[in-house]
Structure formats: C-alpha cells, structure tokens
Design a protein around this ligand. Structure first.
Ligand code: AHM
Ligand code: MG
Length: 331
C-alpha cells in the first residue's frame, strides 16, 4: 500500500530541521486531531442541534454560530493537552488566551486560529474552513505569555495552514519548505498525502471578489474588474468570476487552478474585512510557499507589522501574474 499519513509525513519531515526537538511535530499532529474532530462535527451538522446562531455576538459584531464555538473549544482542548503552545489567539475571542494545560507555560509556540472561517455558509451546506498559524514565542519559556508573543509579522511564521471542509476534508500546510495537502480518508480516519509539493499556476483565469461591493471599491480595483470583463469579450473569454464567500474554499480552488482573490477596502470596511492575524497572514504564507504572491496593495502581507490581534488589512493574493496585473491597475 502506498499511502503516507499526515502523522508519518510530519515525522519524516522533522529531519529537515536538524535542531527540532519534535515539539513542532507534536503540535502539527495535535492540529490534525482537532481538524478531524471539527470535520466530524461539520459533517453531521444537519443532524444534530448545532446549526443556527448561538445567541451571542463576537468581537467583530457578527453572530456566533454553535459550530464556531465547538471549533474554538476543540482547539483549546487539543492544544492544552499537547502542551507545545503557551498561548492562542482566536478570531472568536477578544483577547489572547494563555493556555492552561499542565505543560502549556513551557510551550515554545503560540498559535493564531480562525476555527471556522466562512461561518455564514455553515447552515446552507457550503464549504467552510479552519485557518491556523504558528509562531515561536518571544518571551522565555516557563513565564506568562504576553501579547508580544502573538503580535508577530508573517515573516516570523514557523508554519501555517488550513483545513477545508468541502466535498472531502483536506488539510494543507507549510513549514516554509513547500506546501503539502492531505485528504481525510474517513474509512481509516487519517489524513493521507494527496497533494505533494503544491505549486500554484503563475497565471489563472479566475478572479474572486465580492462584486456586490463594487460601488465602494478603490478606482484601481474597479478598473481591473472592467479590464477582466473587456478581455472577456475576446474570442477566448479568458476570465471567469468565482466567489463562494468562504475564503478558505475560494483560496484553495485558486491555489490549485490559478486565480486571484481580492478583498479590497470598501466604504463599510475601509481597511478591508479580513483579519491580518487569523486570515491574511496564514493564507499569504501558503500562497508564497506555493510560488504565488500576496499584497495589501501597498506592501507584502507577510511584512505588515501587527499592532492588534483583530487588525484588518486589504488583500490581493494568488497567482503571481494575476496579482501583478491588479497592482498595475492600482498604481
Ligand atoms: P468569517 O471569519 O466571519 O466567516 O468571515 C470571513 C469570510 C471569508 O471567509 C470570506 O472570504 C469573507 O468573509 C466574505 O465576506 P463578504 O460576505 O463580505 O464577501
Ligand atoms: Mg474568518
């Protein structure tokens, strides 16, 4: 049998990091376990009483769904049990959460997660995702973690990835040495390597943007959108629009097929809607690791210095040539 499970792969790859003591490997394994639990819950969401709103509103003023909470708690549980992580920041919590596991204080890593991204799609059976990013803590191990541990730019990332709960569940991650994708085989309950060393096409046909906000876009983005449509009039119809409204799913399609994902500033969200720490940094890391590009329009997303956990930034990411084309219009 020629399958490689996520667990086997992580251990094999540990040799790429001669100084590694196995903590990152264990942490990645814990993330895999949390992902499997969330996948199980997502898959039976229609059957159990976990659809619908929880009745509370999160920091961004959005309704919190029950599955968001399950996702958040599953991560806290898995990471506290593992003990490699001293603190977590989550899209679902206002403040950083110092983890309370028996060994958490000694943990050398911090993690940022969006436990369930695209949550408005949960109740209608459309793909959603989990996004994570891992940093080395900056404070001494054994001490109380501080906000400085979490507020690190993307160029300090140790690893990042996402899980997409789609037609199948897939986990995609990178430790800075390429991007690897694993598909969950429900019959054996394991993530199996299905997409080794993912490289995103340099060019693509898909543009993904919420054009419902078109009246509020910066002029450069409007000009780009006019251009892709004009170009459509040519015999080959090169460009096509695809927008699910779940960034993980939109990003994943574009990563494999080629495309550009844009969330520009709008009048309602002058800094863009997507969160730097939870959404833009990890996805930009994957995009770059796969040979793509990601920018806020003025700077590389991975170079943005974060000042607060829930900070938002505009984002243009995906196939290199497509991102460059948008930037050309934005000049
Ligand atoms: P969420 O984290 O509250 O689910 O919001 C993030 C989602 C992204 O997945 C998606 O790309 C975007 O919001 C869609 O926003 P909009 O409806 O404004 O296009
Ligand atoms: Mg989100």
């Amino acid at each position: 049998m020629s399958i490689t499970t996520l667990g086997q792969f992580i251990i094999e790859k540990q040799q790429d990091f001669p100084y590694a003591k196995g903590e990152l490997s264990r942490l990645l394994r814990d993330i895999g376990i949390a992902a499997k639990i969330i996948s199980r819950e997502v898959n039976k969401a229609g059957l159990t009483q976990i659809l619908g709103e929880y009745g509370s509103v999160n920091v961004q003023g959005e309704d919190v769904k029950k599955l968001d909470i399950i996702g958040n708690e599953t991560f806290i549980w898995a990471l506290e049990k593992g003990g490699e992580v001293c603190a977590m920041a989550s899209e679902e919590n206002d403040d950083m959460i110092p983890l309370q596991g028996a060994y958490s204080k000694n943990g050398r890593y911090v993690i940022c997660i969006d436990p369930l991204d695209g949550s408005s799609n949960i109740d209608v059976n459309v793909s959603i995702g989990t996004i994570f990013s891992i940093y080395r803590r900056v404070t001494e191990s054994g001490t109380e973690p501080t906000l400085n541990d979490v507020l690190q730019p993307g160029n300090k990332l140790v690893a990042a990835g996402y899980v997409v709960y789609g037609t199948s569940t897939m986990l995609v991650y990178s430790t800075g040495k390429g991007v690897y994708g694993f598909t969950l085989d429900p019959s054996i309950g394991e993530f199996c390597l299905s997409h080794p060393d993912i490289k995103t096409p340099e060019d693509g046909k898909v543009y993904s943007i919420n054009e419902g906000n078109a009246g509020e876009f910066p002029q450069g983005v409007t000009n780009y959108l006019n251009w892709v449509k004009e170009t459509d009039k040519a015999t080959n119809r090169p460009y096509t629009a695809r927008y699910i409204g779940s960034m993980v799913a939109d990003f994943h399609r574009n990563l494999l097929k080629g495309g550009v994902f844009i969330y520009p500033p709008t009048a309602k969200a002058p800094k863009g809607k997507l969160r730097l720490m939870f959404e833009c940094i990890p996805m930009s890391f994957i995009a770059e690791q796969a040979g793509g590009k990601s920018t806020t329009g003025t700077e590389r997303v991975l170079d943005v210095e974060p000042t607060e956990i829930h900070q938002r930034v505009p984002v243009i990411m995906g196939s290199k040539n497509m991102v460059d084309k948008v930037l050309e219009f934005m000049k």
